[in-house]
Design a protein around this ligand. Sequence first.
Ligand code: FES
Ligand SMILES: [Fe+2]
Length: 451
Amino acid sequence: MLSRNGLDYESLVKEDRVHISVYTNPAIFTDEMDKIFHRGWVYVGHRGEIPNPGDFRLKRIGRQPVIMVRDQQGEVHLLLNRCRHRGATVCQREQGNTRSFRCMYHGWTYLLNGDLGGVPSMDGYGEGFKREDLGLVKVPRVGEHRGFIFASLSPAGIALDAHLGRAKEEIDLFAGMSNADEVEVVSGVHKYSYQGNWKLAAENSMDGYHPSIVHASFAQALMDKITHVPTPEQQRVDRNFAAFRGNAKDLGNGHVMLDYRMRIYDPLNGDPAPEVRAVTPEGEARLNNLDRRFGADRAANMLREGGTHTFIFPNLILIGVQMRVLQPLSVDRTEVCLYPTLLKWLAPEVNAIRLRSHEAFFGSASFGGPDDSEIFERVQDGCAVELEPWQLMSRGLHRERHEDGMIVGDLSDETTQRGIWRQWKKIMMQGEVAARSMRKRGAGAVAIKRG
Ligand code: FES
Ligand SMILES: [Fe+2]
């Protein structure tokens, strides 16, 4: 069945392959922005990025600029960054602390909750001018889990809880079961962009097939650096990526993960691992709880190196201690932001090793991230070949199994990529009517109270 704009998603995405136009066709990109990024739930940011009243960060939901700000009462608001007068953005700084946002065109000033405060020369407006109707537009739906803030520009649709489903447990593990305000996200941001489609980074982040090839130099450098005597467990699993064992899992709703949590390893920068200890009574309780659930070694590993390896559809990746956010810019350009996290209740030396490990593999000038970006650009370039226009995603299809309501494959299988594409296709085919009505409504939108 053709969609309204003549795109036949049924024939572009097969169970074992996808057509290259899904990475190159600008019309598909526009459609994705509407149906996936504007209508569906997307990850916006974490409470820990704006810990103090007045703190703000600029974000985007799909293509639309948004201010994430904490007001004086501690409430977090998502405000569309567009003056209600003649449309200039009211904030251009990527992050900071402020008492208000002032549009630099004619000086309209907005409070931290988005309300319109001052208007220069108010006498120029008649009686019908209602300041209370002209606040910054609030994002219609905002939801939160452990401080992770998600939003949808559509006033109606699936609840966040239902959308996240099984992925909630992975967010919990990533956060070390911490409360929303115990996750610190103020250690800086690694930001890079590449000349390629956003889905290439989504697929790659959950690809257990490539590390031993793309990241071979990292594995070698790590082995060269490690001079201490390995534990029996470390000897068993080896530091060769090819020796990793685990599962590729489709959690549903496009959320997928590489589950190698049974594996114990050293910090990725090769330094000896510090003993994990808590510095608050609440932290002590969390640590004991994790010890009981997973065993002391795995719990410690989780807190030093991160507890999960999960993609939360469509734009959030939790790997190691980082939250990685995909920001599509155009059909062949993508920005990626990496936010390393600390846990307030962990001892400083443990938080330090979290950061050092993150920098070693994932930072802009690290061993891992740049290698992957190079691959994205090679794939995008390869998409210019149209004589055989398919990308194969069949690895492990014959050996997938169903466990506990999930589809499970071997760590190196393309179960994860297939899970992402299944959801992509479902949304792109089902979203026609809703996306159309939302486009119509868009022009007349006014501030919609957060529900
Ligand atoms: S456009 Fe913002 S005050 Fe005029
Ligand atoms: Fe990689």
